[in-house]
Design a protein around this ligand. Sequence first.
Ligand SMILES: Nc1nc2c(ncn2[C@@H]2O[C@H](COP(=O)(O)OP(=O)(O)OP(=O)(O)O)[C@@H](O)[C@H]2O)c(=O)[nH]1
Ligand SMILES: [Mg+2]
Length: 338
Amino acid sequence: MITEDNKERIDSLISKMRAGNQRATGRLLTLVENNLDAAAYIIKKIYEFTGNAYIIGITGAPGSGKSSLINTMIEKFVDAGKRVGIVAVDPTSPFSGGALLGDRIRMKRNFSINDVFIRSMANRGQLGGLARATKDLVKVLDAAQNDIILIETVGVGQSEVEIFKSAHTTVVIVIPGLGDEIQAIKAGIMEITDIFVVNKMDFAGADQKVAELESMLDLNEKYEVSNPDHSLIVTRTQGWRPPIIKTNAITGKNIDKFISLIEKHKKYLIENNQMENKLKIKYRSEVLEILKFRMTQNIEALIYKNPEINQYIDKIIAKEKDPYSISEEILLKFIHMG
Ligand SMILES: Nc1nc2c(ncn2[C@@H]2O[C@H](COP(=O)(O)OP(=O)(O)OP(=O)(O)O)[C@@H](O)[C@H]2O)c(=O)[nH]1
Ligand SMILES: [Mg+2]
C-alpha cells in the first residue's frame, strides 16, 4: 500500500524526472526495484511515456568484456548526441563475489550525468523476481527520455531470456578459446542472439571462434520461429541470421562496425514489421509474470492467514481426505478465476 503522501511525492519525482532531473530518476529506480506497490504505481503513471528508447541486451560469460564493450558503446552513442541509460544486473556467481557491476564499467571519459545514467542491481532477491525488476527499471529509464538503454547480464539462463524479451537487439559476447562453452550453451544462445560479438580479438583463436559460430549457425537452418505469438522462450528475430563481429573492447577496434550491425538489425525489425511481434512476446509474458506473482501472493495469504483453512488441513491429518482432494476443494471454494 502507498499512502496519499507518498503518491504525491512520487508524482513530483515523475515530473522532475520528465524534466530531466537524474536524481529524481535515481530515486524512482530505487522505489521500482525495492517496492512492488510503488513499482505498480509508478509504472501505471509513466507507461504512456515509454516506447521511445532503443533497448539493447548484452550478455556473455563472466569476464568476457561486457562492461568494457558497453563503455566503448557509451562513447559512440554520446558522441552521436544520444542519452544513454544502463542497467547492469549483477551475477550471484561465487566467482564474482557480489561486486557491483556498475562500478566496473570504468568510464574512460567523464560524461555528463545528463548524458549517461548507470544503475546496477546488486542482488537477485527482488520482489516479483529479477526479470520483473530489470524490465521495470528499463521502463523508468525509457520514460526518463533516454534514447538508448543497455542491459548487461551474465549468461543465458531463464531470467536472462525473460529480460531479453524487453530488448530490441540482443548481443551475445563470446571470447576466443573455451571451445566447449558454445557447445554447452548452444541451445540457449540460439534462442536469444541477434548479434554475436567475438570480443578480445587480440587473443589467439578469434578467427577459429568465428568459424565455430558460423558452422553452428549453418547447422541451425531454422531462423523461423514456428509460432512466435505463443513463444515463451524465443526472443531472437525471425528470418535473421545473426551476424558475427570480432571486437577489441579496450582499443575500440570494430566498435563502429558493431554499432552499424545494431542499426542494421533495427532496420530489419522495422522493415519486416517485427517490432509489434516483439511487443506481443514481451507484454504477454510480462502480464503472465505479474498475474502469477499476484496469484501466488493471494494464495499464500489464504493458506497462512485464513483460519478457515485449518479445518481442511485437519481433514488431511485425520486421513479423511488427501492433499489433492483438499486442494481441489479449496480451489472451488476460495479461488475465483473468473
Ligand atoms: N585483451 C583484451 N582484454 C579485454 C577486452 N575486453 C575486455 N578485456 C578485459 O577483460 C576483463 C573483463 O572485462 P569486463 O568488461 O569487466 O568483463 P565483463 O564481461 O563485464 O565481466 P563481469 O561483469 O565480471 O561478468 C578486464 O580486465 C578487461 O580489461 C579485449 O577486447 N581485449
Ligand atoms: Mg561487467
